[in-house]
Design a protein around this ligand. Structure first.
Ligand SMILES: Cc1cc2nc3c(=O)[nH]c(=O)nc-3n(C[C@H](O)[C@H](O)[C@H](O)COP(=O)(O)OP(=O)(O)OC[C@H]3O[C@@H](n4cnc5c(N)ncnc54)[C@H](O)[C@@H]3O)c2cc1C
Length: 272
């Protein structure tokens, strides 16, 4: 069946059209969608291409940075205000993919994808939608309701500007070097105050249906000085409350076994 492409210069117009057409999809960089087209996916028959220039903006908003939905991995890597996201953006595919893959597409990407999204969850990003002005949805809420938000147009992602760019750490575990998909990815936000962790957030990718936080690990490390005792406590509860998948990359058992090892490496700063 042929796929139609409709182009919108105004994002609000696209949002209105999307709400009345369940067989339309927003086209970001197309690195996932075009594969579906080539595979003959019948769940959609129309692609909405957005040319609204605001979707390419990267700008400051108080103590946060607003990243337009159509900003690519390559643009994130190059931007000096987003250096803390560069490791995660660099983990997405090879150079050709990074030139077209967008931040919004990564937020909506099904497993095993979503490396940048995992870092955005750890960072406490917020997501902005067409038709909602400048109201932001916290990323935890966005991920929880991701399936039901598929009929909405993401316009931007707001991230806190990190005073210390090294406070965000990212690790991708893959079986194909150097550039396979993630068996799991882990991102940690480790802000410090007076030598102690203050506002710790940890997120795993590919350990559930979407990137998600692990409350038990956060509790184990919050307020600690990231010493050996704290890291051991965190590793002991590395997969508490999680139901990791079994897929072509690894079994749930294997994921549970290796998660504490990789968590420990990330917390020790052994991410290279
Ligand atoms: C060879 C290859 C390697 C890859 N490697 C990785 C990898 O290592 N890590 C990784 O995370 N991903 C990887 N991917 C997957 C993909 O490239 C990325 O996840 C990418 O960020 C998806 O973004 P996109 O703009 O191309 O999405 P698209 O294909 O355009 O869209 C993906 C989904 O997002 C929706 N969408 C896009 N923009 C919007 C918007 N503004 N509002 C609402 N919905 C929207 C689409 O409708 C669709 O459902 C790989 C893909 C390929 C082909």
């Amino acid at each position: 069946m042929p796929v139609r492409v409709e182009t919108f210069s105004q994002v609000e117009e696209a949002a209105r059209a999307l709400s009345s057409n369940q067989k339309a999809r927003i086209y970001g960089g197309g690195t996932i969608l075009m594969r579906s087209v080539n595979e003959g996916d019948q769940s959609f028959d129309t692609l909405f291409r957005l040319t609204d220039p605001t979707l390419k903006d990267i700008r400051s908003e108080g103590d946060r940075v607003l990243i337009g939905a159509a900003v690519t991995m390559a643009e994130i890597i190059r931007h000096r205000d987003l250096s803390f996201l560069a490791d995660a953006a660099r983990a997405v595919g090879g150079p050709a993919i990074r030139t077209t893959a967008t931040i919004a597409g990564n937020l909506l990407a099904p497993p095993p994808y979503g490396d940048l999204a995992t870092a955005l969850v750890a960072l406490g990003a917020e997501v902005r939608f067409a038709g909602q002005g400048s109201a932001n949805v916290p990323i935890d809420e966005f991920m929880r309701d991701r399936e039901s938000r598929k009929g909405s147009v993401v316009t931007a992602v707001s991230v806190p500007r990190l005073a210390d760019p090294t406070a965000l750490r990212f690790l991708k575990v893959t079986r194909v070097k150097p550039k396979g998909v993630a068996l799991m990815s882990i991102a940690a936000l480790l802000p410090r105050a007076g030598g102690r962790i203050d506002g710790f957030r940890i997120a795993y990718g590919n350990m559930g249906p979407t990137p998600l936080r692990v409350a038990a690990v956060e509790r184990a490390l919050e307020g600690s000085s990231l010493d050996e005792a704290g890291i051991t406590r965190a590793a002991a509860v590395a997969t508490e409350g999680l139901d990791p998948p079994t897929d072509a990359l690894a079994s749930a058992w294997y994921r549970r076994e290796v998660a504490p090892v990789h968590l420990r490496r990330l917390l020790l700063g052994q991410t290279g």
